[in-house]
Design a protein around this ligand. Structure first.
Ligand SMILES: [Zn+2]
Length: 114
């Protein structure tokens, strides 16, 4: 468990800062409703500033989920490229475990530019 956290931390550091990837971005807010089968929906919000790590992967909350998660990196890159301020969508968990389709997120991303 500890090792996994360290690994995540390492990935985060290697991602570099938001400013280094997207110098024109002032802040990013990711709102997502996490839906897990058989569980209550959870609203999660993530704020990014230019100093934040440009790491837009969110963990799946299901305990037995293997290699799961939701990667919004491509969403963010596409938004910045097109200078879009809002995007919405749904992503299913990439993880594999006893049940496929065990969770998804409905996301709303808002970006402010400098
Ligand atoms: Zn999962």
């Amino acid at each position: 468990m500890m090792e996994r956290m360290q690994e995540r931390l390492q990935q985060r550091r290697e991602a570099g800062s938001v400013a280094s990837h997207f110098p024109e971005v002032a802040n990013i807010v990711m709102n997502m409703t996490y839906n897990q089968r058989g569980a209550k929906s959870i609203l999660r919000t993530f704020h990014f500033t230019p100093d934040s790590y440009a790491f837009f992967r969110v963990n799946c909350l299901r305990k037995d989920c293997v290699d799961g998660g939701f990667d919004l990196t491509q969403v963010i890159i596409a938004m910045v490229k097109n200078h879009r301020v809002e995007a919405k969508g749904t992503i299913s968990c990439e993880g594999t475990d006893s049940s496929t389709d065990h969770s998804d997120i409905v996301y709303e991303v808002a970006i402010q530019y400098t």
